[in-house]
Design a protein around this ligand. Structure first.
Ligand SMILES: [Zn+2]
Length: 507
């Protein structure tokens, strides 16, 4: 996937054109109507699509030859991109703009799916007067940087293309040997291969390095201070050498923050401690209990939310955010009002709550409303891409959980009594491979329904709970093997194997 982004300037000054971005469609329900994201301004852009095999683009973009290793522009519909850009900024496409390549930025592998790479092109118009619509405006470089660095809750926002085009150097490897994406300024995301759940393959390591080193802040208002912050070092062991290389390049006064204990968030802790034994780990008590001494045996500071962390010129606040687990924390970047949300949200699809680690639906809803109150500028999940429409995303999560709870209640009202029956009736169409995580959510929803007094009077909670272990595992395993055609294979192996398989379904 490629996208073309246009940096359109005028000859008299350094101002460039930005367009108010269209938000995602509103949810139909009245209860979500009050949660609106603030205006987001960014450079005009359009997807770059392949031409038919026998066609070639004649449009000239100066410097396109320099891209030949990564992109042959003649094979793409460049005219359609330029038409779309002109219509977004309400300029006449007959204007004779000379376009040239500005930069090409490869996206790190956030997944799911291949990276979206971006080609920035540059053009100069003859006059500012040609801009008519209120959905676009000229923006000075200094104003853009000020808006990127300081974002008030519900204030005007400037998007990532402006930052990537004019201020970021993420492809140069400066201060970071790994491929990262930086947005907002100072927050770098490094997707690292981890033992995480499909459809993802990576966990986002958040890296913040102080621009200015300041002395230890006075007083006790900060629970920790340092020159570098790492959040959720969860890469799997094959990539520990990459993490070692990264830590070796970072300033030594290191603060490590983990959102929760799942191994795809803490697998790299021991490596960091080996490279930098002075590093301090910030962690919730309930998470700390689940992280072994082998993973981190030195300094741990227990936090519970509300604490301030100073990393040079960057300030953060820890936010207690239970729901996914009972020790789950989020982190708010003060100046840009960006929220690092751990596993409360993911870049694609919906989150799984961990029944065994105190996952709780009432907490999950409360945390989601807390996040909405914070009016974040951007949501940074640990799996997948960041989200630029946080309130729309959080409302989508609320709606999804309510819809799911309703479907679970319906399945129960229609006679489903066991965990297996409820999962199979309320997750119709879900790949059976994913029924295990789905079952964790179902258990948490059933508890939430009980808490709200919504379960039918004749629903036998004890029978349900008794069906949550071997009964569920055995029936799910049979279904899973059946869906993969393995049952047939077992059938021909022999009577001994069959006996085992039959025994499984009789639990
Ligand atoms: Zn998790």
């Amino acid at each position: 996937m490629h996208r073309v982004v246009a940096v359109i300037k005028n000859p008299s000054d350094e101002d460039f054109l930005v367009v108010r971005q269209a938000p995602p469609p509103l949810l139909p329900e009245e209860e979500y109507r009050n949660f609106l994201d603030s205006d987001l301004w960014d450079l005009p852009s359009a997807p770059l699509n392949l031409l038919d095999e026998d066609r070639r683009s004649e449009t000239v973009i100066e410097g396109a030859d320099s891209l030949s290793d990564v992109l042959d522009l003649r094979r793409f519909d460049v005219d359609a991109v330029l038409d779309q850009v002109f219509s977004e900024v309400h300029l006449k496409s007959t204007l004779n703009i000379r376009w040239s390549v500005w930069k090409y930025v490869k996206e790190p592998e956030f997944g799911p799916g291949p990276p979206d790479n971006t080609l920035f092109i540059h053009g100069v118009v003859t006059s500012k007067e040609q801009i008519l619509e209120e959905s676009c405006q000229w923006l000075a470089k200094e104003s853009a940087l000020a808006l990127l660095r300081e974002v008030q809750p519900s204030g005007t926002r400037v998007g990532p293309f402006v930052f990537m085009a004019l201020f970021s150097d993420s492809n140069s490897g400066a201060n970071c040997p790994l491929h990262y994406q930086e947005y907002p300024p100072g927050i770098r995301l490094v997707p690292m291969k981890s033992r995480t759940r499909e459809p993802f393959h990576t966990t986002n390591l958040v890296v913040v390095v102080a621009d200015d080193v300041i002395d230890q802040p006075n007083g006790s208002s900060f629970v920790a201070y340092g020159t570098t912050l790492l959040v959720d070092p969860g890469c799997s062991s094959q990539f520990h050498s990459d993490l070692t290389d990264l830590v070796a390049t970072l300033p030594r006064k290191l603060v490590v923050f983990v959102t929760h204990h799942h191994y795809d968030h803490v697998d790299g802790l021991s490596v960091i401690q080996k490279c930098n034994p002075d590093a301090v780990l910030l962690v919730h008590e309930n998470t700390s209990r689940r992280i072994g001494r082998g993973e981190w045996y030195l300094h741990r500071t227990l936090i519970s939310g509300g604490e301030k962390i100073q990393i040079g010129n960057h300030q953060f606040e820890a936010i207690f955010a239970p729901g996914h687990t009972d020790g789950h924390l989020a982190l708010l970047h003060a100046s840009t009002n960006s929220l690092i949300v751990g596993d409360h949200c993911v870049g694609h699809g919906s989150a799984v709550l961990d029944f065994r680690a105190g996952g709780n639906m009432k907490d999950y809803f409360q945390t989601t409303y807390r996040f909405l109150e914070l009016s974040p500028h951007v949501l940074i999940p640990m799996h997948g891409r960041m989200n630029l429409w946080p309130k729309r995303m959080l409302c989508g999560y609320l709606k999804h959980r309510r819809d799911r709870e309703l479907s679970i209640l319906k399945a129960i009202e229609n006679g489903a009594e066991t965990l297996y029956d409820i999962v199979s009736k309320s997750y119709i169409g879900l790949n059976t491979k994913l029924w295990l995580p789905a079952s964790s959510n179902v258990r948490i929803h059933v508890d939430h329904l009980a808490y709200q007094g919504k379960l039918p009077k004749d629903f036998a909670m004890q029978k349900f709970q008794a069906s949550c272990r071997l009964h569920f595992i055995s029936r799910w395993l049979w279904k899973y093997l059946e869906s993969r055609g393995i049952v047939k294979a077992i059938a021909v192996i022999g009577a001994g194997s069959l006996a085992i398989a039959v025994a499984l379904i009789n639990f």
